[in-house]
Design a protein around this ligand. Structure first.
Ligand code: ADP
Ligand code: MG
Length: 395
């Protein structure tokens, strides 16, 4: 990575504003259901505290419209305090006298968390005055929020023009894994793309097609490819406007592209009608009955995909192989995750649903890297530059 990190500058005793991504999932009572993102930021936080900094953490949570108590970071401050074994107070605001007072009261080696930065519409507008107020709290800026690095907001981009800005360890790790996959992958380099829509992943398909030895396409997006081949796909997901694109991809990829050879069909949609109503069958990919929907990859496809994964040097995976939210259609995703876990490949998981699937299925520890940023990892893999990274100091 060509950006400076917290290890490249003198941080000792400094007041540091650190953007983290504490946008954690919560249940209806506000309890945190998955603290992965908080734990992912701990190496940076612990390092900065050990260096005796006065650490001001800033994050968003959800999409509040103005000050909305439902989106308070209070539960996050509690969980963070537990994980750190040190009290992390929550400042009631992100800027202004209360935030300033909280920052001024900080002792070396201690942290505070500012209240949800998206309580202020100026944040997402990257408002210059708002960025100035945030920046005025500190002497240095650290960005460890990879998950929001694809957004040019005040706390992710604006402040980096006002304070010396460097990357935290999580940011560094994300960029190193994703960057070396694109630039210098151990071969064979295999990409597995899935999920719902072709539309969402056109840029990634284009970018990866130029780099991979094998491109595997499964999940809902595979059916538009099968349709473009002239197959009947029944009621499966179809992205009509991208049939032409799929034909082009198949032509330029040739035998580097692997599509499902068989699928699991269903006669009902599990989201609409419930899983119990779904009658399933295995079916060849070129013989899907007109009244059925493809909801997962089939056993022969699992075999093919798994054997490619097991021989790979690097695998980037984005998008589940089926409607993995339901057990009847989770087998393809589970099998691919298992093959990845058992392979010696460098395994990189990008995409929120893919990461959740790997975690739920118990394969997280076996992966080389699970990205904490769904949208950001997708944009990075598309070859786009991330504003929150661009604004940091060059090495
Ligand atoms: P990620 O978040 O990993 O990038 P996406 O958001 O693109 O993945 O896609 C995830 C969604 O794709 C899941 O909700 C899953 O149910 C859906 N999906 C996967 N396969 C199919 C399919 N065959 N038909 C309909 N939806 C599918
Ligand atoms: Mg998703």
């Amino acid at each position: 990575m060509n950006k400076k990190t917290i290890q490249d500058i003198e941080v000792h005793g400094k007041k540091v504003l650190c953007r983290v991504d504490f946008n954690v999932p919560q249940d209806e009572n506000g309890a945190i259901t998955d603290d992965t993102r908080i734990r992912a930021a701990l190496p940076t936080i612990q390092y900065l505290l050990q260096q005796g900094t006065r650490l001001i953490l800033v994050s968003h949570l959800g999409r509040p419209k103005g000050i909305t108590p439902k989106y308070t970071l209070a539960p996050v401050a509690v969980r963070l305090s537990q994980l750190l074994g040190q009290q992390v107070p929550l400042a009631p605001t992100s800027i202004g006298p209360e935030a300033e007072a909280a920052a001024a009261a900080l002792e070396n080696g201690h942290a505070l968390l500012l209240e949800n930065v998206r309580y202020y519409p100026e944040e997402e507008k990257n408002d210059a005055e708002f960025a100035r107020k945030l920046a005025s709290l500190a002497e240095l800026y650290v960005n460890d929020a990879f998950g929001t690095a694809h957004r040019a907001h005040a706390s992710t981009e604006g402040v980096a023009h006002l304070l010396p800005g460097v990357a935290g360890f999580l940011m560094q790790k994300e960029l190193d894994y994703l960057g070396s996959a694109l630039e210098n992958p151990k071969r064979p380099f295999v990409a597995i793309l899935g999920g719902a829509k072709v539309k969402d992943k056109i840029g990634v398909i284009r970018q990866l097609l130029e780099r991979v030895d094998t491109l595997i396409i499964g999940g809902g997006m595979a059916y538009t490819f099968l349709k473009a081949k002239g197959y009947e796909i029944g009621k499966s997901l179809l992205d009509e406007s991208n049939l032409e694109f799929c034909s082009e991809v198949m032509q330029s990829a040739g035998d580097r592209l692997l599509l499902p050879v068989d699928v699991i069909t269903t006669d009902h949609n599990p989201f609409a009608d419930g899983e119990a109503a779904c009658n399933t069958a295995v079916c060849a990919a070129d013989a899907i009955p007109a009244d059925l929907e493809g909801a997962d990859i089939g056993p022969a496809t699992i075999q093919r995909f798994s054997s490619v994964v097991k021989q790979a040097g690097t695998v980037v995976w984005n998008g589940p192989m089926g409607i993995f939210e339901f057990a009847k259609f989770a087998e393809g995703t589970r099998a691919v995750a298992k093959a990845l876990a058992e392979s010696g490949a460098v395994s990189i998981i990008g995409g929120g649903d893919s990461a959740a699937a790997v975690q739920q299925m118990g394969f997280a520890d076996a992966m080389s890297h699970i990205s904490t940023g769904g949208g950001a990892s997708l944009e990075f893999l598309e070859g786009k530059s991330l504003p929150g990274v661009e604004a940091l100091q060059e090495k």
